[in-house]
Design a protein around this ligand. Structure first.
Ligand SMILES: NC(=O)c1ccc[n+]([C@@H]2O[C@H](COP(=O)([O-])OP(=O)(O)OC[C@H]3O[C@@H](n4cnc5c(N)ncnc54)[C@H](O)[C@@H]3O)[C@@H](O)[C@H]2O)c1
Length: 394
């Protein structure tokens, strides 16, 4: 059992509390920190938290704080992590870890050097559908992963600071792309080096300095390609989809907008539909157990189990730093319009991989290209002559 201190009483702090409390779990939220007295008091009342506090350091050092959960805006992550390191308190930080890789690396190394447990709260790598998909990929069910695409789009975030490029560190790429990049890394292999990034980004709708829409490609050393599609201008709810293509199979995941629950209402009666749902009437796509579909309970189980066993969680601060480094390259590419290298001063995965050969032997004289059965039942075998390069059909 662990006693938890949540820093931040806003949107994600409340989602975390919803995931930690009321599931007959053994962990307890004992301390909450918010800047404003009224936010701390309201949170404490709603979630039965005994110690609402308006001083961040006092919340971290509270005797009832075993582990700290950072649910604060991006520009406060480093300060909060460093306070945890100063007081040797285990710390879990929401996404993105840093506003850039420099911040994220400082946080990662500070925790590691001080022997402080750190976990990266990347919930979308813990959704039930995602965990099962990754297991199947790791078991080889879709062969070698060639392309892993992840999309997160919605009509834009809910608080002022997200829209301020200095406080947030970026726009839709950083806010949503951090999920997508880590999802693709998990499918392609977290030990595979991300080499370079090409990105288009634009501010199509909102009067802000950051991008509100972007698409990016991340090239990996083994030839696999990751893709992210992110937007703060998408209409119609929150669209979370992943697609993975392998040499032996395919996976499509729809995590939010179509989970198999569809309803129609003329708009009578009140009620919440789902995160970022834009309408309370017409056809709707609610989500049964939102916290679970978004991965929060599985994520905290992994974090607290790892903490108690003294091992690394599935998502670490180091992962958060690699994600930030890929996103830094994306921002650079959006400006230069070139493939930009991913700068990873510290890399702990494999090196020196290359794209596997495309040549598969059919017989002593031919390479195999494709086999197909036509509507009339004929079977076609398309081959390439090893000597002449001629393409032949049998
Ligand atoms: N799926 C996810 O994992 C997910 C979803 C949403 C947000 N987040 C992340 O959670 C963090 C917080 O986002 P949110 O949506 O809860 O924002 P929010 O604005 O709803 O809440 C932020 C909280 O921090 C407090 N705060 C604001 N500025 C502060 C400051 N300078 N010092 C101390 N406290 C301050 C606010 O009062 C509020 O209680 C961000 O890093 C965001 O990227 C993660």
């Amino acid at each position: 059992m662990v006693n938890i201190c949540i820093l931040g009483g806003g949107f994600i702090g409340r989602f975390y509390a919803d995931s930690l409390i009321g599931r007959r779990g053994k962990d307890l939220v004992k301390v909450v920190y918010a800047r404003k007295e009224e936010t701390a008091q309201r949170f404490a009342k709603d979630y039965n938290v005994p110690y609402p506090i308006t001083d961040m350091e006092a919340a971290i050092t509270h005797t009832e704080t075993d582990i700290v959960v950072i649910a604060l805006p991006n520009y406060v992550h480093e300060e909060a992590v460093m306070l945890c390191v100063k007081h040797k308190k285990p710390v879990l930080c929401t996404k993105p870890l840093g506003r850039n890789a420099e911040e994220a690396l400082r946080m990662t190394l500070a925790c590691e050097d001080a022997g402080v447990f750190g976990g990266y709260l990347e919930d979308l790598c813990y959704t039930p559908k995602f965990l099962k998909s990754v297991k199947r990929v790791e078991a080889g069910a879709i062969g070698r992963v060639l392309w892993a695409k992840s999309r997160e789009t919605h009509p834009g975030p809910h608080s002022d600071w997200f829209w301020d490029i200095e406080k947030a560190g970026g726009g839709a790429i950083l806010d949503l792309g951090c999920h997508c990049v880590e999802i693709s890394r998990n499918f392609i292999g977290k030990d595979i080096l991300p080499v370079e990034v090409m990105c288009w980004a634009d501010t199509q709708v909102k009067p802000i300095d950051a991008e509100d829409h972007a698409i990016g490609l991340v090239k990996y050393e083994n030839g696999a390609i990751g893709q992210f599609e992110v937007s703060w201008t998408f209409r119609g709810g929150m669209d979370l989809r992943d697609e993975v293509m392998g040499t032996e199979g395919t996976i499509w995941i729809n995590s939010f907008l179509r989970t198999g629950f569809e309803m129609f209402t003329t708009g009578v009666g009140d009620g919440y539909v789902a995160e970022k749902a834009e309408s309370a009437s017409g056809w709707q796509f609610p989500v049964g157990d939102e916290a679970h579909e978004l991965g929060y309970p599985n994520m905290f189980n992994d974090m607290f189990d790892a903490f108690e066993k003294g091992v690394q969680p599935q998502e670490t601060f180091y992962d958060g730093y690699v994600v930030n480094a890929i996103i830094d390259a994306a921002y650079k590419s959006a400006k230069t319009k070139l493939w930009e290298p991913v700068q990873l001063p510290i890399w702990r995965g494999q090196r020196g991989l290359s794209k596997p050969s495309v040549y598969q032997e059919h017989d002593a004289f031919h390479w195999f290209i494709k086999e197909e059965i036509l509507p009339n039942g004929d079977k076609k075998l398309i081959l390439k002559n090893k000597e002449t390069g001629e393409i032949v059909v049998r």
